[in-house]
Ligand binder design. Structure first.
Ligand code: ATP
Ligand code: MG
Length: 442
């Protein structure tokens, strides 16, 4: 196998030759000089495409440049993307196999496909060109990017999440990161087929959600937290009222009784911000049965814990951490950020009584996302929160294709919440836990 397969990949896009690139810039400049672009907004997208295409054909003929039909079509499409869309990004956005687009600098673009990062042969003309596209993205959501506010989060019309950062903070010119919004969220079956989780683990998680345990999904950047949260939320019974709170709406719940809330950044004058904390507080007045918070990042952790401890059981959230233990530490830290002077032991007691289960995800070096641990929180011993692992992923090695070899095991621990779930009518079979029935009569 090709040693560089992970980074070289196959690029399905036809790169522009130097001549084509030059011609594209020339054509674009000419088009701007002969066409009043403000008129484009007054016609339909199809009409605008038709007009641009017609003018480009004329300009190419006027320039007397020998160019074959395929190049001509390619160039006209790129010019249309430039005028009506997001320029070179359009080709990438049209490819459904791409999950992330990472523009390191105007001439270095990477994408992630099926868990693998690969460079693509698509470039912007210059820093100014890239900045112009970034400007288009952020101004369409009423934001602005310049030296005084050089980093911005935004969203594309299709829901994809965008972060842009420019000089002086980005040293090599503007940089753009896009997490595609995938219309089809992965299902439990797909996650099992991808080797991310086992059917037994899914059965445990499904029972836990239906039985109203409070579940915390933990993992690093891009490890699959939102995807798993979406899957877990799908197990909430349809008759329960769900309120979701997110920084940028990604969850796709099918239940009819769902209210979706999204935070709002401050406006250009620095006003009007609505934080996750504001939304969690507001949501408590909305009579939710379940609260699903996309990702806790700050002081809202305290309100979330209070809600979980005061009758809003079955709440779900995610958090950025590298192990279940680390997740609890992060939660503690976030509660401190809420600004109340609370003794650490009190915070830990709150955490231990609120959270039932921590599910740890990892994006591993073979590009796969795996649920590497599922742990229940038992309680406190002195000042320490005690946990027991129910499932774990054990790594055995790496095969010659670079794939991690390993297995998912139940540890033999029967979770303490087994009987609580039983009271809710959910009788998880003992075989899930890799132990015999402790009550079996011999
Ligand atoms: N188990 C999986 N197998 C393969 N791809 C996955 C898996 N889980 C998620 N993905 C894909 O990985 C990408 C990141 O997933 P997701 O948004 O759920 O991660 P995240 O941890 O929430 O990321 P972030 O930290 O940026 O919020 C998405 O494109 C998603 O479709
Ligand atoms: Mg996420």
């Amino acid at each position: 196998m090709d040693q560089n397969a992970n980074i070289v990949g196959r690029d399905t896009y036809q790169p522009l030759s130097v001549e084509e690139q030059e011609l594209k810039i020339k054509l674009y400049d000419k088009l701007l000089s002969v066409m009043d672009l403000s008129l484009i907004e007054t016609v339909s997208a199809d009409q605008a495409r038709g007009q641009i295409s017609e003018i480009c054909e004329r300009l190419i003929n006027d320039l007397h440049i020998p160019i074959n039909l395929a190049s001509r079509k390619k160039l006209i499409k790129l010019i249309i993307d430039e005028v009506l869309g997001l320029g070179p990004l359009e080709t990438l956005l049209a490819d459904p196999t791409i999950s992330d687009i990472l523009v390191n600098s105007f001439d270095r673009v990477y994408v992630e496909r099926r868990g693998k990062l690969e460079p693509v042969n698509i470039k912007f003309h210059s820093n100014a060109h890239l900045l112009n596209i970034i400007d288009r993205i952020v101004s369409s959501v009423g934001r602005r990017i310049d030296e005084s506010s050089p980093m911005v989060d935004a969203r594309l019309a299709d829901g994809s999440r965008v972060n842009a950062i420019i000089p002086p903070l980005a040293l090599d010119g503007p940089s753009l990161s896009i997490r595609r919004f995938s219309v089809d969220k992965l299902t439990a079956k797909e996650l099992i087929d991808y080797g991310s989780i086992t059917a037994e683990m899914v059965e445990l998680l499904q029972g836990s959600v239906r039985g109203k345990l409070n579940v915390l999904v933990s993992g690093g950047t891009g490890s699959g937290k939102t995807t798993l949260l979406n899957m877990l939320s799908g197990y909430i019974p349809p008759n329960e009222r769900i309120v979701t709170i997110e920084d940028s709406a990604e969850l796709q719940l099918q239940q009819p009784h769902t209210v979706r809330l999204e935070t709002r950044p401050q406006n250009i004058e620095g006003r009007g911000e609505v934080t996750q904390r504001d939304l969690v507080k507001n949501c408590l007045r909305m009579r939710p049965d379940r609260i699903v918070v996309g990702e806790v990042r700050g002081g809202e952790a305290l309100d979330m814990l209070t809600a979980m401890n005061t009758g809003h059981e079955g709440s779900l959230t995610t958090l950025h951490a590298n192990s279940p233990r680390d997740a609890l530490g992060r939660l503690e830290y976030m509660v401190c950020m809420a600004g109340f002077d609370m003794p650490v032991s009190n915070i830990r007691t709150q955490i231990a009584s609120a959270i039932d289960l921590v599910v740890q995800l990892e994006r591993q070096e073979d590009g796969r996302r795996r649920v590497i641990s599922i742990q229940e929180i038992n309680g406190m011993e002195g000042d320490i929160i005690t946990m027991s692992e129910i499932f774990r992923f054990t790594r055995d090695g790496i095969d010659e294709e670079g794939q991690i070899m390993g297995r998912f095991d139940a540890t033999g621990v029967i979770p303490g919440f087994h009987s609580k779930l039983k009271q809710h009518g959910i009788d998880l079979p003992y075989r899930l836990f890799n132990c015999g029935d402790p009550f079996a009569k011999f």
